[in-house]
Design a protein around this ligand. Structure first.
Ligand SMILES: [Cu+2]
Length: 436
């Protein structure tokens, strides 16, 4: 096309503009693509094997040890049917020594990790209060949680409670295997709306949702295609460079643009009015931050004061040795029964806990030993050398701590007195690795 035109600087141009029919010439052999596809597919088939873990050990040890410290996690049952309710309860301590590189837990969401929608969550509580949104957690605080779930798809699944921390990612709690029996077709999820109508949540609003998504997707695609069908970047860039930007947009383009500018807001207003008329009583999706304070001292944290003066990890022996200055602030003799860190529980065989705390947890049954096994008397202050040793340091990938730029350990110490009362203390220290 030969045109004479004036650019925006007032210069007269005579220019041949090429709108090439075919912008890129097909020079590739389709066989190459087939070969590549075949290769990708074979690698995929060869690498397919049953997956038994899902990355819970991949998180840096300092994140697993020093952010959310889970304990007492229990499931009401691990074998149940579709439609049966199951609840998971437990506690967690938010570490005082929160890692500097992990954003503070100002918005945290308690969730359940599942392979797809195999369960539905029906209720959730933090410190006995129902909560729907994210919550701000206070470092140093202890919290008590309960989540009620309902079986949806039959199968055998590894399920964890976990926290989604804003800007930090996920911190997994202990996982268990759940066996859901029955028939997926029998699953029901009926609820009553605030208007008293009973609806099936599995199908409610599905057609409406599909319609609206398709409607806007159609409009957006049509508008995109309207522009994409013309020569794109290079040809337009050259026209722009030649000062022909006026010719890039036709009067029809402008008219359609005007129609969209007026039409879409009017459409939205009309549809909005229709919706409000059909559902006059509706509450918006809640997006606030729930404020729930930590449990008070009644969970017996802080009664026993523990100060870690030194921590050493012996790589060859896979043992962590910690020098603990313990002050018994309770009125009965106490003993250390357990040290828990990053989901691993080291138990003191000489002073067993009255009951097993966590369901299906990762346990080193004889992993904990002390240099002085006699109970610590009320108001006594003693320095104890505690050794937590087991191959679990390696198999749970907690020994990666010594390669981290943040080689600090954190964990929970569980003490029991002569009456079976439990005291929990959070300990933390910089770790010195010993390679021989
Ligand atoms: Cu798992």
């Amino acid at each position: 096309m030969k045109t004479t035109t004036q650019n925006n600087r007032g210069e007269i141009f005579a220019k041949t503009i090429h709108f090439p029919k075919v912008i890129t010439k097909q020079q590739h052999n389709p066989l190459n693509y087939l070969l590549l596809l075949g290769m990708i597919f074979s690698v995929y088939i060869l690498s397919m094997q049953p997956v038994w873990a899902h990355g819970e050990k991949n998180l840096e040890p300092y994140v697993r040890m020093r952010t959310i410290q889970w304990y007492d996690v229990q499931w009401s049952k691990q074998q149940f049917n579709v439609n049966d309710e199951v609840s998971v309860t437990g506690k967690f301590h938010v570490a005082e020594d929160w890692p500097i590189s992990v954003p503070k837990p100002d918005a945290a969401f308690l969730n359940i990790s599942t392979p797809g929608p195999v369960l539905i969550r029906t209720e959730r509580y933090l410190n006995g209060k129902p909560f729907m949104n994210s919550v701000a957690l206070q470092p140093g605080g202890d919290y008590d949680f309960k989540v009620v779930l309902k079986g949806r798809l039959p199968g055998r699944y590894h399920i964890h409670p976990f926290f989604n921390l804003l800007d930090a990612g996920q911190v997994m709690g202990p996982g268990v295997w759940l066996d859901i029996a029955g028939d997926a077709a029998n699953f029901t999820n009926d609820i009553q709306t605030i208007g008293g109508k009973s609806i099936n949540m599995e199908t409610y609003g599905l057609a409406n949702g599909i319609f609206w998504h398709s409607f806007w997707a159609f409009l957006a695609t049509a508008w995109l295609l309207w522009w994409v069908r013309r020569p794109l970047f290079i040809a337009r860039y050259r026209m722009l460079h030649a000062g022909l930007e006026e010719e890039l947009v036709t009067p029809l383009d402008r008219n359609i643009g005007k129609a969209i500018l007026v039409g879409i807001p009017v459409l939205v207003l009309v549809f909005y009015t229709m919706t409000v008329n059909e559902y006059p009583k509706a509450i918006p999706l809640q997006a606030s931050l729930d404020q729930i304070l930590p449990l008070s001292a009644k969970v017996n944290t802080g009664v026993v004061e523990v100060d870690t003066t030194r921590a050493e990890y012996r790589v060859a022996e896979r043992t962590m040795t910690m020098s603990l200055k313990i002050k018994n602030g309770s009125d009965k003799p106490i003993q250390i029964a357990e040290f828990a860190t990053g989901g691993v529980h080291f138990l003191n065989k000489a002073a067993p806990a009255p009951k097993q705390n966590d369901a299906d947890s990762v346990v080193a049954a004889e992993g904990l030993s002390l240099d002085n096994a006699t109970p610590i008397q009320p108001s006594e202050q003693r320095t104890v050398l505690m050794t937590a040793g087991d191959a679990l340091w390696e198999s749970e990938k907690l020994d990666g701590l010594i390669n981290d730029p943040d080689s600090r350990i954190g964990g929970l110490l569980f003490f029991y007195d002569t009456e079976g009362e439990r005291y929990v203390s959070s300990v933390t220290a910089a770790v010195i690795p010993k390679f021989n």
